[in-house]
Design a protein around this ligand. Structure first.
Ligand code: GDP
Ligand code: MG
Length: 181
């Protein structure tokens, strides 16, 4: 029997960041629970739908995965339009992809704002943390501070490859997309 009290929400969520940081992989892991080590560049725009059946409501997350357009300035307003939030992804093994994060954020904010004039919520994902955390530790970057200064609501270490990964403080279990998204 259908529950008529169930509310339905559809949210468009962007997943952006430099080429090869793992955007497609994170989405595949989150939506289909799998991972492929084979590099396969996305062509066109990919959509993935994640349905969250919560107690009082059904939330449909429409994840927008860009494709071969991973250079700042290349993204069109049309692509960003009506998004409710964004994940900006970088690869912890490649510092240049972290440096690009602020440019992605600026591009997003320049082209998109909510109807109340505010910026959409953006979350920073430090992906491939199964590979090491050089960018996070070597440069002495304080991620909380970085998020505050650059308008991110928060950040998470992620791995599309592994559910768990070693960390300096010992093993941690709260990994990756399952907890992140
Ligand atoms: P995109 O261009 O941002 O969509 O990146 P892809 O999802 O295509 O991933 C690029 C490459 O990085 C692929 O070979 C993936 O298998 C690999 N990759 C993605 N995420 C991870 C991760 O968390 N850990 C590791 N070790 N490799 C990853
Ligand atoms: Mg891709």
């Amino acid at each position: 029997m259908q529950n008529h009290h169930l509310k339905e929400h559809l949210y468009k969520i962007l997943v952006i960041g430099d080429l090869g940081v793992g955007k497609t992989s994170i989405i595949k892991r989150y939506v289909h629970q799998n991972f492929s080590p084979n590099y396969r560049a996305t062509i066109g725009v990919d959509f993935a739908l994640k349905v969250l059946n919560l107690e009082q409501e059904t939330v449909r997350l429409q994840l927008w995965d860009i494709a071969g357009q991973e250079r700042f300035g290349n993204m069109t307003r049309v692509y960003y339009r009506e998004a409710m939030g964004a994940f900006i992804v970088f690869d912890v093994t490649r510092p240049s992809t972290f440096e690009a994060v602020t440019k992605w954020k600026e591009d997003l904010d320049a082209k998109l704002s909510l109807s109340n004039g505010k910026h959409v919520a953006a979350v920073l994902l430090a992906n491939k943390c199964d590979q090491g955390r050089d960018v996070l530790t070597n440069n002495g970057i304080k991620m909380e501070q970085f998020c505050q200064e650059n308008g991110f609501v928060g950040w998470f270490e992620t791995s599309a490859k592994m559910w768990t990964y070693p960390s300096r403080k010992g093993p941690r279990r709260d990994t990756c997309c399952r907890t992140v998204l």
